[in-house]
Design a protein around this ligand. Structure first.
Ligand code: PMP
Length: 360
């Protein structure tokens, strides 16, 4: 088989070593004579996987003791509803920073459930930028401030986070969790669907500050309360055991790579290869994001015309580059260079972009 370079936006590349390990123990997990998928979620063998994943995430991401790591279902999209359900009490405002389609979707769900506000938006500039932290509009009765740390579709990313003290800061980190060290204490709640940097789809990770767990708790259906899952260590109901097993394997791999700082250094190197190919193309490739807002995870660019985009994407596909098409809502090209995308794939894409430009 020819080499395939997987630049999918999510679900996306998984580390090859992780897939091989999962394959090796697929039918006989840890001497049990069965697959991890077939174990009871109450068995000691599964519990070791479950707790192992929680402990590894805490260790790798430096998560302080006053935070709980939760494994939830329903994707990041269910978090768009769970957050306002939990925190939007009467008289309180869910305040959203809009930096792309996913923040818009989060706001849309909150509007169904309570009062909302927009702390800032960069929509007028086609979401090419991240707002200036000094221009955010806050309200005294904000229940929380919500942001999207990395904008998967437009290819922008917060390089540092605003210090917010009047209300908890909530972040959708679906497309850049664990790609760089962060100060967890800046946040009340972080959530992310696993299917980009953490593993396969099926599990959503939430990191929540304990003092927020009791907010509004009586008015929320049991399975939609963060507290339910925190109290049961994410075993209130059957968790997506195979996804959590894969998450644990991916976290083990991150540790083997040298941890989150080493991953960040590699992510910077990978993204630079492709941004340099854009910047050194004399305008043949045009990046969507302003330079100071560029994402290290999703690199969005266009060729001179839509026709050129199509031709380039067709050529790339023919050569084994998968997933380079932009999101269907914006078109163009997008290379997603998540943690598990090897630098060899980025070098190959850089070479393709250079040679394609010279021949067209
Ligand atoms: N937020 C962001 C930033 C995303 O990139 C995505 C999915 N690509 C979502 C939310 C939605 O995630 P899910 O499909 O897990 O609901």
């Amino acid at each position: 088989m020819t080499t395939v370079y997987n630049f999918n936006a999510g679900p996306s590349a998984l580390p090859k070593q992780v897939l091989e390990r999962a394959q090796a123990e697929l039918t006989n997990f840890n001497g049990t004579g069965m697959s991890v998928m077939e174990l009871s979620h109450r068995s000691k063998e599964y519990e070791a996987v479950h707790q192992g994943a929680i402990d590894l995430l805490k260790e790798l991401y430096n998560i302080p003791d006053q935070y709980k790591v939760l494994f939830l279902q329903g994707g990041a999209s269910l978090q768009f509803s769970m957050i306002p359900l939990q925190f939007l009490k009467e008289g309180k405002i869910g305040n959203y920073i809009l930096t792309g389609s996913w923040s818009e979707k989060a706001l849309k769900e909150a509007k169904l459930l309570g009062e909302t506000a927009i702390a800032a938006t960069t929509k007028e500039g086609q979401y090419k930028t991240i707002p200036d932290a000094s221009h955010l509009q806050f309200n005294e009765n904000d229940a929380y401030v919500h942001l999207t740390s990395n904008n998967t579709i437009y290819g922008t990313q917060w390089s540092s986070f605003p210090d917010i003290t009047h209300a908890p800061l909530i972040a959708d980190m679906s497309s850049d969790i664990l790609s760089r060290p962060i100060n967890i204490e800046q946040f009340g709640l972080i959530y992310a669907g696993a299917q980009k940097n953490l593993g396969p789809s099926g599990v959503t990770v939430a990191i929540v500050r304990e003092d927020l767990l009791d907010t509004n708790v009586d008015q929320v259906p049991t399975v939609l309360r963060y507290k339910t899952h925190a109290d049961a260590n994410s075993l209130y109901h059957t968790p997506p055991t195979f996804s959590i097993y894969m998450l644990q394997q991916v976290l083990t791999w991150v540790k083997e790579q040298g941890g989150v700082e080493a991953i960040q250094a590699l992510n910077e190197e990978k993204a630079k290869l492709i941004y340099d190919a854009i910047d050194e193309s004399n305008g043949f490739y045009k990046g969507h994001a302003e330079k100071d807002a560029r994402s290290l995870m999703n690199i969005t660019f266009n060729l001179p015309t839509e026709e050129d985009n199509k031709k380039f994407l067709a050529k790339a596909k023919e050569l084994g580059f998968i997933g380079l098409n932009g999101h269907r809502s914006v078109g163009g090209c997008r290379a997603s260079t998540y943690n598990a995308v090897p630098i060899e794939a980025c070098l190959a894409l850089r070479d393709l972009m250079d040679s394609y430009r010279k021949h067209n």
